[in-house]
Write a protein that binds this ligand. Sequence first.
Ligand SMILES: Nc1nc2c(c(=O)[nH]1)N[C@H]1C(S)=C(S)[C@@H](COP(=O)(O)OP(=O)(O)OC[C@H]3O[C@@H](n4cnc5c(=O)[nH]c(N)nc54)[C@H](O)[C@@H]3O)O[C@H]1N2
Ligand SMILES: Nc1nc2c(c(=O)[nH]1)N[C@H]1C(S)=C(S)[C@@H](COP(=O)(O)OP(=O)(O)OC[C@H]3O[C@@H](n4cnc5c(=O)[nH]c(N)nc54)[C@H](O)[C@@H]3O)O[C@H]1N2
Ligand SMILES: [Mo]
Length: 715
Amino acid sequence: MVADTAVFQVRGACPHDCPDTCALLTTVQQGIAIKVQGNPAHPHTAGSLCAKVSRYTERTYHPERILQPLKRVGPKGAGQFEPVSWDAALTEIAARLQSIAARDPQAILPYSYAGTMGLVQGESMAARFFNQLGASQLERTICAAAGGEGLVHTLGGKLGMRVEFFAQAKLILIWGSNSIASNLHFWRYANEAKRQGAKLVCIDPRQSETADKCHEHIALLPGTDGALALGLMHELIAHDWLDHDYLERYTLGWSQLRARALQWPPERVAEVCGIATDQVVGLARDYGACVQTAPRSVSVGAKGTVGASEAVVAPVATAGSAAIRMNYGVQRVHGGGNAVRLIASLPALIGAWRQRSGGVLLSSSGSFPVQKAALQRPDLLAGHSPRTLNMVTLGDDLLRPASPVFGPAIEALVVYNSNPVAVAPDSGRVVSGFARPDLFTVVLEHFQTDTADYADFILPATTQLEHWDVHSSYGHTDVLLNRPAIAPVGQAKPNTQIFRELAQRMGFDAPCFQDTDEALCRQAFGHSVDFEALLDNGFVTLATPEARFAQGNFPTPSGKCEFFSDRLAAQGQDGLPDHVPNHEAAHSSAIYPLVMISPPARNFLNSTFVNVKSLRDIEGQPLLEIHPTDAAARGIESGHTVRVFNARGAHHCVAQVTKRARPGVVHGLGIWWRKLGLDGTNVNQLTSQRLTDLGHGPTFYDCVVQVQAAQDGGT
Ligand SMILES: Nc1nc2c(c(=O)[nH]1)N[C@H]1C(S)=C(S)[C@@H](COP(=O)(O)OP(=O)(O)OC[C@H]3O[C@@H](n4cnc5c(=O)[nH]c(N)nc54)[C@H](O)[C@@H]3O)O[C@H]1N2
Ligand SMILES: Nc1nc2c(c(=O)[nH]1)N[C@H]1C(S)=C(S)[C@@H](COP(=O)(O)OP(=O)(O)OC[C@H]3O[C@@H](n4cnc5c(=O)[nH]c(N)nc54)[C@H](O)[C@@H]3O)O[C@H]1N2
Ligand SMILES: [Mo]
């Protein structure tokens, strides 16, 4: 038996919604986690963590952690609760859900996202529970849906370059990503490439910390990335910086895409993107210099047809490789799906995929053989065919009455792994919905978040240090195991256990409701991942090809990189990607002349960590970055409280006058807890519930506002 005083380390995985999915080492002494570090044995983590997760023990043992079930005693939203026993809480919740389900289970809505990315504490037991119940299904689109669809319809899946090979690229475009803040372990590889002489270009409306460290920064207007990609294609065609062999063999729809791109000369692109023509031309030159195989025998007149090379041209790597690290910042606008389709098409034009250090990476999550059906058991739906509601439009949906089109009004909401009152768009509507006195709301949480304030019951959930889980990643290709390092703090229980116990009270007797967390960890990848190796090492690297698309093999219906998608055309969409303008920028007027984007603050993770004081102190207060010209026109100076407003609402925050913002664009760095802000709101008071072109995603960065100095210091 291990003596109580023994100090030991437990291998785990970072649960947060971040491409890095780090391997953790937690030091435990006398049953207390005293330190959380990066596992030096894991190549991507390389022993270092971000500032946030280094503070994980501060969060786990936070004095405000919820340690017992709580029941509402005050009015909705007032945040007044009293402790109750687990038995009393679960019995009452089960009774309420049963009585609603007896009328129509679709009146119950689960709401969850990526508070933990764990496959087990995410959608396993919870999904089984709601499937068996026949509750409304949730379309989990709040983050990556447009970009994900864009990849699927172009490359065939959420697949791309392996992140480690960025270190060998000669040109890296960091496109819609503040990597130093949100993808730190990729930045390590980019930096290595930089040391070897690679050129780094950042494409982002904001002069981010990452832009500071790149050789060049292209500060385009939000939502104009599709136009920029088309402009690059125009130049690649005009100068014949094309890998004709690759285009001929491994792509579909080149002649159509070529014709469309030729409508985008650099001058037009510069106008739409709000940048200099030289920047478009220069970027195309850099990218074109990395063309892999360009047979000379081909006719290339700007108006003529590009003939396929007659002879088989051996793929000779003639130049350094171009790699694109795209991130989800590009796709939170109306045309986000099309923009991702266009950017993901670029590597095929120059044959960048031929080398392992060329291509594009937006997400690697499609590499993982996750046994989703085994975890979630859609078969339990038998007899039910519930509606699906989109998590982005929660505000409107909570306020919708029953109708033949919508179905029953939402009567109960069960929230876990998410903080929708803070993170969902158009919070005025979201808050009105949560405040409905007749809505029954259960929130599984670590803390009394903005959402938990509106709960009828808050149930204390365990953190990553206290439960089992298994993780895929969207930024690398390793599977990670998380072992519990400490016993649950207080009366907290894993999400899985809470749903197991609720299932029992609801009389759900299928044997799958008895599966333990360890059994669920094993089911997540079935036989495709060696679980014993995971138990031994904490991580397993998937056997994925080094240069996945060097010989085509795109998992699309045609097996090619699909510039033209028959699947999209069959849905009545344009089969060919195009620049799709923003919903709102296009209508910008004298009333709301500024575009607001609200990218992540470096020391928060979405709304997680905002209540960790040491991290909040670094961020200071909710900030609005505004360009000196826009500030001067409004009599605003750094440190002034400003009122940011549009037709959806108003939000007060503190101005930071800075050239990090380009003229015409302001940045409300997110995502603050409303109740820790200046006036009980955050940036989502201003964002809209409108959806993207593909994937029904959110359009957080497609938002026009006006800004004025606040009259009375913040109310
Ligand atoms: N520290 C930290 N890390 C995080 C997160 C966090 O909140 N904090 N969030 C995590 C999450 S949920 C995700 S989905 C991932 C990815 O998260 P992303 O949100 O993609 O992360 P970033 O790379 O920080 O931000 C996107 C960048 O896109 C820029 N941008 C905004 N609009 C446009 C546009 O129209 N075009 C272009 N080219 N750029 C634009 C923003 O200025 C910002 O610098 O990161 C994760 N990592
Ligand atoms: N304005 C604006 N809004 C945005 C974005 C933006 O860029 N701008 N980004 C969007 C994006 S990309 C995303 S992904 C979403 C993120 O939205 P969410 O996924 O809702 O992310 P968080 O705000 O981090 O909230 C997660 C919550 O889960 C809780 N949690 C963590 N682990 C567990 C667990 O094991 N059990 C339980 N029960 N709870 C747990 C945490 O305490 C936290 O309160 O926000 C979106 N909202
Ligand atoms: Mo996200």
